[in-house]
Write a protein that binds this ligand. Structure first.
Ligand code: KIV
Length: 310
């Protein structure tokens, strides 16, 4: 049986199929006992494939958001082409100061939750710092573990020309890779901060060269983060694969944002973030209302309490 099974109940149907109600995600599976194939019901939308993503170069812009939990993935999935389990979960979920401490275990746990919560989007998982840079073999072992344990279809790694050999190695062995250039947060200690990249000609030329190198190595797409707009446009024109901008340009082939940033979860966000909601304020207000109700004994009411049956 596929899918989350820890809280599943099975009943034998009259047609001989086994119907499995998964209480974790409210999905029903029919298990064809002759083939052991589990078919979700209602049939989910087909998940976007890597070739389908690549074909969007120059076409309808690709929509990508970060997701770290099953429920958030469920809510975002119908609206997105790709869900990124970003190592930004360091700051967003764990309150860490940077992405450096993120582990492969963390990415596997959150990645599996996002795959369970989505049916349509291609799920991409970040390779965390220290889990892939040493060699192509190290990158393969980490990526294979992540793909096996989560069911995700692709990984993302940071770095330009220096990672080209690794991207070629992974791609040739069945691991689709999204590159990430420009502002690469895992390099915060060498970059000295999170400032915009590509203001000097030398740096601009290097970013374009990095993009070409990983494109030629087989990257399925490239995240272009925190660069001055002309560089994002130059990169998009220079590579065959789609570019996905964040703090880059509307001319990229798609856009990605950290979901909590665009929902207004944090007081301060970078200038490139557009806030589509003020969910942080709403959560704080809901907590204040609850606290007031508890203190005044306005909650729970008879509606929320159980009485003995006569
Ligand atoms: O970790 C992340 O969320 C990312 C995006 C910001 C692109 O890499």
């Amino acid at each position: 049986m596929q899918g989350p099974s820890t809280r599943a109940t099975a009943t034998c149907r009259r047609d001989g199929y086994l119907a499995i109600e998964d209480q974790t995600m409210s999905t029903t599976f029919t298990l064809d006992t002759s083939t052991s194939r589990a078919n979700p019901m209602p049939a989910p939308m087909r998940r976007l494939t890597v070739p389908a993503i690549r074909q969007r170069k120059g076409g309808e812009p690709l929509v990508m958001l970060t997701a770290y939990t099953a429920r958030t993935a469920q809510l975002l999935d119908p609206h997105c082409d790709m869900l990124l389990v970003g190592d930004s979960l360091a700051q967003v979920i764990y309150g860490l100061p940077s992405t450096i401490p993120v582990t492969v275990d963390m990415m596997c746990a959150h990645g599996a939750a996002v795959v369970r919560g989505s049916y349509h989007s291609l799920v991409v998982i970040d390779l965390p710092f220290g889990s892939y840079e040493a060699s192509p073999v190290q990158a393969f072992e980490t990526s294979a573990r992540i793909m096996k344990e989560t069911g995700a279809a692709a990984v993302k790694l940071e770095g330009g020309a220096v990672m080209a050999e690794t991207i070629r190695f992974l791609t040739a062995r069945g691991i689709p890779v999204i590159g990430h250039i420009g502002l690469t947060p895992q390099a915060v200690n060498t970059l000295g901060g999170y400032g915009v990249r590509g203001r000097s000609k030398a740096e601009a030329d290097k970013i374009v060269a990095d993009a070409k190198a990983i494109d030629e190595a087989g990257a399925i797409a490239i995240v272009v983060e925190g660069v001055v707009e002309p560089i994002a446009i130059a990169v998009t024109e220079a590579v065959a694969c789609p570019t996905i901008g964040i703090g880059a340009s509307a001319h990229c082939d798609g856009q990605v944002l950290v979901t909590e940033d665009m929902l207004g979860m944090f007081d301060r966000v970078p200038r490139f973030v557009k806030r589509y909601h003020e969910i942080g304020e709403e959560i704080a207000q809901a907590a204040a209302n609850y606290a007031a109700d508890v203190r005044s004994r306005a909650f729970p009411t008879p509606e929320q309490t159980y009485q003995p049956k006569d």
